[in-house]
Design a protein around this ligand. Structure first.
Ligand SMILES: N[C@@H](CCC(=O)N[C@@H](CS)C(=O)NCC(=O)O)C(=O)O
Length: 210
């Protein structure tokens, strides 16, 4: 039984979504960000950065959204989301996961927490730079889309990460859906029943329900 520490719509969403897709038994632990539950000592023992997600796997905490997606895909390979060593798409898979985690995720961090890098006085400049970086990634994803899904004909762990990150652009000046191939891609991903289900379970009503 897995246990997922989450906050609605946060970086835990992709993990929650994959847990539903693979049909693994899990329980949820909601962290109230307003109450700073993610900075409480008992949670910091699990996740010293005070971030979500944390997934308890075989009794031990594992952090980092991208790592968790790859781990779950590998542990539940029958669900078909893994790209194992030796597979022809392996290099593209590793590249996609690390590119999204290293490039797009930190840019969103800067967009949503613009005071962090250089204080409130520089928040506008940080946001502008973050927006430019995010839009440059969307240019590239739009160009690189290898088929109906990120790596081609089938959904992999990379699609969970990409879709969650893309969702975060929904209220930005240029949401990802303004890129034509990304819009078609999102149409396919957003039709997945488990993505609709995770929105319902996390009480999210925009983007999918709205
Ligand atoms: N690199 C981490 C980033 C996680 C992250 O930034 N989570 C955000 C929510 S999307 C968070 O916990 N924010 C609360 C905070 O920073 O206090 C991961 O991929 O798991």
């Amino acid at each position: 039984m897995y246990r997922l520490y989450y906050n609605p719509g946060a970086a835990s969403l992709a993990v929650h979504w994959m847990l539903i897709e693979i049909g693994a038994p899990f329980e949820l632990a909601l962290l109230d960000f307003e109450a700073k539950a993610h900075k409480a000592p008992d949670y910091l023992e699990l996740n010293p950065g005070g971030l979500v997600p944390t997934l308890i796997v075989d009794g031990a905490p594992v952090t980092e959204c991208a790592a968790l997606l790859m781990l779950l895909a590998e542990r539940h390979a029958a669900a078909g989301f893994d790209v194992p060593p030796g597979h022809p798409d392996r290099a593209a898979y590793l590249r996609a996961m690390l590119y999204l985690a290293n490039t797009l995720m930190p840019a969103f961090r800067a967009w949503f927490y613009p005071d962090e890098p250089a204080g409130a006085a520089n928040a506008d400049a940080v946001r502008a730079a973050a927006r430019a970086r995010i839009e440059a990634v969307f240019d590239r994803l739009d160009q690189d889309l290898a088929g109906p899904y990120l790596l081609g004909e089938r959904v992999t762990a990379a699609d969970f990460l990409a879709t969650m990150l893309i969702r975060w652009s929904r209220n930005m000046p240029r949401p990802a859906a303004e890129w034509p191939r990304l819009a078609a891609y999102l149409g396919r991903m957003r039709a997945r029943p488990a993505l609709i289900e995770v929105h319902a379970r996390e009480g999210l009503t925009d983007w999918i329900g709205g």
